[in-house]
Ligand binder design. Structure first.
Ligand SMILES: [Zn+2]
Length: 172
């Protein structure tokens, strides 16, 4: 999960992506593929970290000429897979998914739908606080960017008003 968090952090820092990272491991806990969100970079709404990593894992197994046994793979992902990704993971038949924080709007592993049930095990809350913190920092940055100069303007206005109220403004 540490690696998944690093990938999420890099994605937001370098590409301004929504900070989600993930790593697939085999049953020896060896990494098979890893990825972060690429929706902005690819300008494609389906390039979630999980789907990018699935592509990577398939390429890896094709290059080795060995089909991948998904039933022996587990996924570590910083946020609960969305409905689209949880459905893909169910169809592949992965063994287990560890995730950090819940995805209250689109979660497919318990929050909105429970697509994992009968398909793969989940363990939630792994390094949850760090995953939440990445989202918080991302959305704080996005909000301040969206508000732009108006937000600063408001602050200056408030400061001037406060200064006037305290009588400081009268001296200038
Ligand atoms: Zn997804």
């Amino acid at each position: 999960m540490r690696r998944a968090l690093e990938l999420a952090e890099d994605a937001v820092a370098e590409q301004g992506e929504v900070p989600v990272g993930c790593v697939f491991v085999n049953d020896n806990n060896v990494e098979i593929a890893s990825a972060a969100n690429e929706t902005n970079e690819a300008m494609c709404a389906t390039r979630h970290a999980e789907l990018v990593a699935i592509d990577g894992a398939l390429k890896h197994s094709a290059a080795r000429g060995q089909p991948l046994d998904w039933t022996r793979c587990a996924l570590y992902v910083t946020c609960e897979p969305c409905i689209m990704c949880a459905s893909a993971l169910s169809q592949l038949g992965i063994a287990k998914c560890y995730f950090g924080c819940r995805n209250d709007k689109f979660g497919g592993c318990g929050s909105i739908l429970s697509l994992h049930e009968g398909n793969f095990d989940i363990v939630e809350g792994l390094r949850e606080a760090e995953a939440v913190d990445l989202f918080r920092r991302f959305y704080d940055r996005e909000n301040s960017r969206t508000l732009g100069s108006d937000a600063h303007g408001d602050k200056r206005t408030r400061r001037r008003t406060a200064a006037r109220d305290s009588g400081v403004d009268g001296a200038t």
